[in-house]
Design a protein around this ligand. Structure first.
Ligand code: OGA
Ligand code: MN
Length: 213
């Protein structure tokens, strides 16, 4: 019986294997349909409800700098999600994340012990200038995770591309990623600088970090 359980425990998950492989080869991974259309609309609804309740805050940057500086760097509104208070909609999100974390820890000994996630809404005209996610003085951030919750039919013209700055043989290249709904991007927090280009249509996501220690 024990043996059977062990065997089930170690069933390979091809989606997670792709993420692991991509990250080891190129420091990022793009996954389509990590969340289904239905799941994306449930999570988007959850984001919009919370936003209507006016619980979002202007995102800050690193250390306490004055607000005008912060605004010239990033213009998104965020709301941190407390997993211990997650409702059924948010549970759906965390169940998937926890499953992935379990797999990463088991197969790659990643040692992910903590995580933090927030809703993010970029109003029209906002952006997030080039940065590294560990500039907030948190070297425990290992993997950055962004899940896009935009409406179906999101177009490249809507702006808000995520640009990853890749370093291949000291040559910098840009990887442009459109925030299509259901798409998830995972990347190395301590290595890849990136930015969010100006948004022309309100842009929604859940963004977070898988952390060590
Ligand atoms: C961030 C970030 C990227 C994105 O919140 O730190 O870089 O595509 N987000 O939303
Ligand atoms: Mn970032």
């Amino acid at each position: 019986m024990d043996q059977l359980f062990e065997a089930i425990d170690f069933v390979e998950n091809s989606l997670y294997e792709k993420i692991i492989n991509d990250i080891s080869m190129q420091q990022y991974s793009i996954v389509e349909n990590f969340f289904s259309n239905d799941e994306v609309s449930i999570l988007r609804e959850s984001l919009l409800n919370k936003h209507e309740e006016d619980t979002f805050k202007k995102a800050a940057i690193g250390n306490r700098v004055n607000e005008t500086i912060a605004k010239s760097i990033r213009g998104d509104m965020i709301l941190w999600i407390d997993e211990s208070k997650a409702d059924t909609k948010e549970r759906l999100f965390f169940d998937k994340i926890n499953d992935l974390v379990l797999y990463l820890n088991k197969t790659c000994f990643m040692g992910i012990l903590q995580k933090e996630f927030h809703y993010a809404l970029y109003p029209e005209g906002t952006f997030y200038k080039r940065h590294l996610d560990t500039f907030q003085n948190d070297d425990r951030r290992k993997l950055s995770f962004v899940c896009y919750l935009n409406e179906e039919g999101w177009l490249p013209e809507n702006g808000g591309e995520l640009v990853l700055y890749l370093n291949n043989d000291r040559q910098e290249t840009e990887k442009v990623i459109y925030p299509f709904p259901g798409r998830v991007v995972v990347f190395e927090s301590q290595i890849l600088e990136h930015e969010v280009k100006p948004v022309k249509t309100e842009r929604m996501s859940i963004t977070g970090w898988l952390k060590t220690r």
